[in-house]
Design a protein around this ligand. Sequence first.
Ligand code: ZN
Length: 125
Amino acid sequence: MSNLVLKLAQAIGIVVLAVLVVGTVIGVLQWLVVAAGLVALPVAGIWLYFRLSGRSTARPARRSAPRPTRADRAVTARRAELEGRAVYDAVGRCGWCGSGTRHQDRYGFPATPLAFHRSEIDAML
Ligand SMILES: [Zn+2]
């Protein structure tokens, strides 16, 4: 009888030990995940900041790009001027065609003047 109790106690002890070990491992893993997250968040923030402010490793790539010629710049300026006209004004009138109603794409969804008049703008370039 006492032998059986001893065996039972031994089994319970092994189970408790196993649970403790698994719990410890899971705890360490959780801690690692949290620590990685805590480290990654500021790093991601700094990376995003440098990326958005343009002071990143993107600069060498931009420097190696071919310099725009005078004609390229003229086209870019003309495109910017034309696209600047294709916006709604304060009263919701299209600056490109003067229409007082909102533009819709061919599926009936609202479209920006820029998207709606894209082909006309491209044709004028
Ligand atoms: Zn329009």
